[in-house]
Each structure stands twice: as structure tokens, then as C-alpha cells.
Design a protein around this ligand. Structure first.
Ligand code: SF4
Ligand code: ZN
Length: 310
């Protein structure tokens, strides 16, 4: 069937947005996707002239779309330096393939990719850490803590003033539900669109894609010919996030717009949390000197448990 685009009324539609009942052609979809990144920038004041921004790339679709839109936006604003950084956790058969795609992407964008490995920073890859861990420590908890730590460390080392991540509307909605289930209101304050800015001393994180759905990120990459790696991490089955993702996908199908409503709720809850001054007290980790609300940061606590502390 040849459905026409609801916006330009001339070209053939390539996708249907169920939450708004619109059908869009390639051009109008890409424009909408890009305009939502500008909306995120306008609402949350992400970009400024003079910024040096680390863009966390993984080889996957979300970070590829982030790098692509940020490149266009930064050229328009001017005087913004983007530094793509890939944290290589060391997941055999998965990350190595993703690195190849990330390199291709950066080449296409005219940027040089910096690769930072767990092995180099912590003395062990994630695969090795998983052999050393205690059973109750989930692979994604370990990976997430070290990735965040490594990214922040790299940002400090490269004197960047912001870190951009590829979190999309689905990620925000999932994390909101996970934080509520864990009874962790501070988590909501930390994870909202302006996360990092409230944790004194951490390099602020920006999330330009929070108003785009995960599947829209994939479509944007496809329609923009961006090189991406599509397979799933072999450890992802261990995460509760997968269950929440399935639940939210079902809800979105039954009640289109659910994910965007959750994103908006997260933004409102973050504002309330900030007003109530639920700021994380930050000091310095006594082991690695990075910012931490506890005596030693979570990454250093894990290193001790894994007997990798220097
Ligand atoms: Fe790391 Fe878990 Fe993501 Fe795999 S699925 S890259 S282990 S956080
Ligand atoms: Zn530390």
C-alpha cells in the first residue's frame, strides 16, 4: 500500500507513529527526529559555545544517532568540540565487533575515536571480572558502575566539560520504573535528563535523545546510512531491564504514548527531587580521588571485592 506522508503530503510514508497517528516519509521523519534533539537542548540547556563534549559511543544505534545529531547541532551552534570515546569493557565476540562499526561511524563523521579499555584502567576485562565476582553481583551492575567511572575519569583527563550519552525515551522510562521498584528516589534525581549536573563535581551528562523512542533511533540510523552493530550483549539476559523493556513495549502497544508519559513524569519527579534538595553529598573517593558520596566510590568497592585494587 502506498501511504502518503501526513506532513509533506507528497512523499511515500516509511513509518507510522502510533502515538500520534501520523505516517511520515524518510525526510519528514529525519527532520522530526532531529527537531526533538533541539527540543531537548532548548528545554534542558545542553549545548553552549565553548563546550568540549565527550560523546560515549558503543557501536550501537543509540550512540550512533547521538553522535550524528550532535555533530550537526554543534556545527550550527559553533565552537563546540566533540570527542567520541568508546569504553571497551572486554566482552569477547560482542564489543570487538561493535568497535569496528564505531570506528567506521567516526570516520564518516570526520572525528577520531578514542578507545579506553577496562583492561587498561582496571587490570581486567569485564569477562575476567565476571569470573572473579561474587555470585550476587549482576554483570550489568558491575559493567554499569565501571563504565560510568571510566567515562568520568576519561572526561576529567581530557578536560571535557560534558559527557553526552545515547539514552533514549525507552531508557528513561525503564530506569524510572527500575528506580521506583528499588525505592530509590535519589536514583531518579541522578538519572533524569540533566543528571550529573546535580552531583557536584561530576562531569555533567547530557542526553539529546530523550524525546525519541528506541525504535526511532534504529530507524534514524538506517535512513541516515550510519554504520551500527545490532547484536545484543551476551550478558543482557541477566538484567531486570530486559523484563521491564518487554513490559513497556506491551504497554506502548496497548496504550501508545506510555513511554513519552513516563519520560515527562521522570522530568517532573527530577525537578521535585532537586527542589527538595536531595542532592548527593559529594566528597572524594579515598582510593581513586574521583567524586563519591561514600568514602570509597562504588567502582573502588567492586575492585576490592574482585581483588583487583592496586
Ligand atoms: Fe554491560 Fe550489561 Fe550492557 Fe552487556 S548488557 S554491555 S554487561 S551493561
Ligand atoms: Zn574510587
Amino acid at each position: 500500500m502506498n501511504i502518503k506522508c501526513s506532513t509533506c503530503k507528497t512523499r511515500k510514508a516509511v513509518t507510522r507513529l502510533h502515538y500520534s497517528g501520523r505516517d511520515l516519509c524518510k525526510n519528514c521523519f529525519k527532520k522530526l527526529f532531529y527537531s526533538r534533539a533541539w527540543k531537548a537542548n532548548r528545554v534542558h540547556k545542553f549545548l553552549r559555545r565553548g563546550d568540549k563534549i565527550i560523546v560515549a559511543v558503543s557501536g550501537g544505534k543509540d550512540s550512533a544517532a547521538t553522535l550524528h545529531v550532535l555533530k550537526k547541532m554543534s556545527e550550527k551552534i559553533g565552537k563546540i568540540k566533540l570527542v567520541p570515546v568508546l569504553i571497551d569493557e572486554g566482552i569477547k565476540g560482542y564489543r570487538d565487533k561493535a568497535i569496528t562499526q564505531a570506528k567506521k561511524l567516526c570516520k564518516k563523521e570526520g572525528l577520531k575515536l578514542t578507545v579506553v579499555s577496562f583492561k587498561k584502567i582496571y587490570g581486567a576485562s569485564l569477562d575476567q571480572m565476571l569470573h572473579l565476582r561474587k555470585k550476587k553481583t549482576g554483570s550489568c551492575s558491575l559493567c554499569g558502575v565501571f563504565r560510568k567511572h571510566a567515562l568520568n575519569k576519561t572526561a576529567v583527563k581530557l578536560k571535557a566539560n560534558k559527557v553526552a550519552t545515547g539514552h533514549n525515551a525507552d531508557d528513561i522510562a525503564q530506569t524510572l520504573l527500575m528506580n521506583i521498584m528499588r525505592k530509590d528516589p535519589q536514583g531518579i534525581a541522578r538519572f533524569g535528563p540533566t543528571s550529573g549536573m546535580i552531583e557536584n563535581g561530576f562531569v555533567p551528562r547530557i542526553k539529546p535523545l530523550i524525546y525519541n523512542l528506541e525504535k526511532e533511533c534504529a530507524l534514524y540510523c538506517l535512513l541516515s546510512d550510519l554504520p551500527i552493530h545490532l547484536s545484543q550483549c551476551p550478558n543482557s539476559h541477566e538484567s531486570i531491564r530486559g523484563e521491564i523493556r518487554d513490559f513497556l513495549n506491551t504497554q506502548e502497544e496497548k496504550r501508545p504514548g506510555t513511554k513519552f508519559n513516563l519520560v515527562q513524569s521522570c522530568i517532573e519527579l527530577q525537578k521535585t527531587a532537586l527542589k527538595k534538595n536531595t542532592k548527593t553529598k559529594t566528597g572524594k573517593c579515598t582510593a581513586c580521588n574521583s567524586n563519591s558520596s561514600t568514602k570509597t566510590c562504588k567502582a573502588c568497592q567492586y575492585l576490592k571485592q574482585l581483588r583487583l585494587a592496586k
